[in-house]
Write a protein that binds this ligand. Structure first.
Ligand SMILES: N[C@@H](CCC(=O)N[C@@H](CS)C(=O)NCC(=O)O)C(=O)O
Length: 214
């Protein structure tokens, strides 16, 4: 029998969340090892020196240590809900959107949510700049049911964990914005059995040595 695939993960990390979402949707079988970021286990760092989650170690030893690459890999093996349809029909649009999300939007999200970790940042300025992206996504959802088009797919699941984080910084402020389509889309996601299933709690691997069928 071949080795199982291992997923090094951290429950609250939005990058790890989107990897877990794609893994669940694809039915790709992994053993999940939960880590604590301030106490990274040596075998995790040995798999990927950059030390970020998620890290997927495939049975033959290949390491995938970028969340979008994990999504593309497992959905490339099996994509029963057609999450990649939007990517196949409009590759350049999806690539541009993912780039904006992971760089521009994430830049403002971090400086808004974790303002105290940076020198000299104006939290409100970054909230305003991040909100411009959220407003655009809300407008898109006014005309179509999902960020990925007719059906929820890759763009939605890659983005929603970060929209969730933006809301968590100040839920009262977020809920008071005039983004009814985005707010409804986020709540539908947060209440979904898929999201709830990837947010189960696991004990850290470093403490127990336990990994979990996921
Ligand atoms: N570009 C990476 C980013 C992953 C990332 O930054 N994850 C954070 C947690 S949300 C992390 O592991 N940070 C390392 C640390 O905090 O030490 C990806 O998409 O997988």
């Amino acid at each position: 029998m071949s080795n199982p695939a291992i997923l090094w993960s951290f429950r609250r990390c939005p990058y790890a969340m989107r990897a877990r979402l794609a893994i669940k949707a694809s039915g790709f079988s992994v053993r999940l090892r939960e880590i604590v970021l301030r106490d990274k286990p040596a075998p995790f760092l040995a798999a990927s020196v950059k030390g970020t989650v998620p890290v997927l170690v495939l049975p033959e030893g290949r390491v995938i240590d970028e969340s979008l690459d994990v999504m593309f890999h497992v959905l490339g093996v099996n994509d029963p809900q057609g999450w990649l349809d939007i990517y196949h029909t409009d590759t350049s649009f999806v690539e541009a959107e993912l780039d904006v999300l992971d760089h521009q939007f994430k830049h403002h999200l971090d400086r808004y949510k974790y303002a105290t970790r940076y020198d000299d940042v104006d939290e409100t300025e970054h909230r305003t700049k991040g909100a411009a992206f959220l407003a655009k996504w809300n407008d898109r959802l006014q005309n179509q049911p999902a960020l990925s088009g007719d059906r929820i797919g890759l763009l939605d699941f890659a983005t929603l964990p970060f929209i969730r984080q933006f809301r968590i910084a100040d839920p009262t402020w977020f809920d008071a914005q005039d983004w009814p389509h985005l707010q409804a889309h986020l709540h539908q996601f947060l209440d979904s059995p898929l999201f709830l299933s990837v947010m189960e709690k696991y004990k850290p691997w470093a403490e127990t040595g336990d990994e979990y069928a996921f």
